[in-house]
Design a protein around this ligand. Structure first.
Ligand SMILES: Nc1nc2c([nH]c(=O)n2[C@H]2C[C@H](O)[C@@H](COP(=O)(O)OP(=O)(O)OP(=O)(O)O)O2)c(=O)[nH]1
Length: 165
């Protein structure tokens, strides 16, 4: 399946949509080499596309707590979250339906189970942190700029001065 590489320019923010949170789950906090990409199994419109594990923040929930919950439910794993992958808009990354998504880097918490595709996904892939390998996946189009921002942030030059997580 092929998908467009960018969002249509007509997407408008929709404040009625709940915030979405996603994790850029790395294999290591120091000198990471791989990112866990997850392939959606539903709904039909998104099935087969790759994404950052996560989901919608529930009313009254704090974004990071929501993300820890989503990772527990979807992957059966516990994460240690780091800082946010900064978006051009303070509200987060604009998605195709007008919702915003905030993305945090993270690693598996000590003693966590290995992630498994328990809910919403049919495949998980530890993918090399290279432009070529990451963009070879058929991402939800709105996620491609986030992949680029992540690669920029994890560039060797940046990692020399700031830890990944
Ligand atoms: N989790 C996630 N959702 C994304 C990404 N990119 C993107 O456009 N989305 C969209 C897809 C969905 O419309 C929405 C997230 O919904 P979801 O189905 O993952 O949320 P959820 O787990 O809370 O599910 P539900 O309660 O609605 O069933 O954000 C991404 O990288 N990760």
């Amino acid at each position: 399946m092929t998908s467009p590489t960018s969002l249509p320019p007509t997407v408008q923010p929709d404040p009625s949509k709940p915030l979405v949170v996603g994790v850029a789950l790395l294999d290591a906090a120091d000198a990471p080499r791989a990112l866990l990409a997850a392939r959606r199994s539903a709904p039909e419109s998104l099935a087969g596309l790759w994404e950052f594990p996560g989901g919608k923040v529930e009313p009254g929930e704090e974004p990071r707590a929501a993300l820890e919950r989503e990772v527990r439910e979807e992957l059966g794993a516990r994460v240690r979250l780091g800082t946010e992958v900064g978006a051009p808009d303070a509200r987060g990354w604009l998605l195709a339906n007008g919702a915003f998504m905030r993305v945090y880097v993270g690693v598996l918490a000590e003693g966590s189970a290995e992630p498994a595709p328990l809910e919403d996904h049919d495949r998980l892939e530890w993918t090399a942190l290279t432009r070529q390998d990451l963009h070879a996946l058929d991402w939800i189009p709105a996620d491609r700029p986030i992949v680029d921002a992540l690669l920029e942030r994890l560039s060797p030059e940046r990692l020399r001065t700031a830890p990944a997580v």
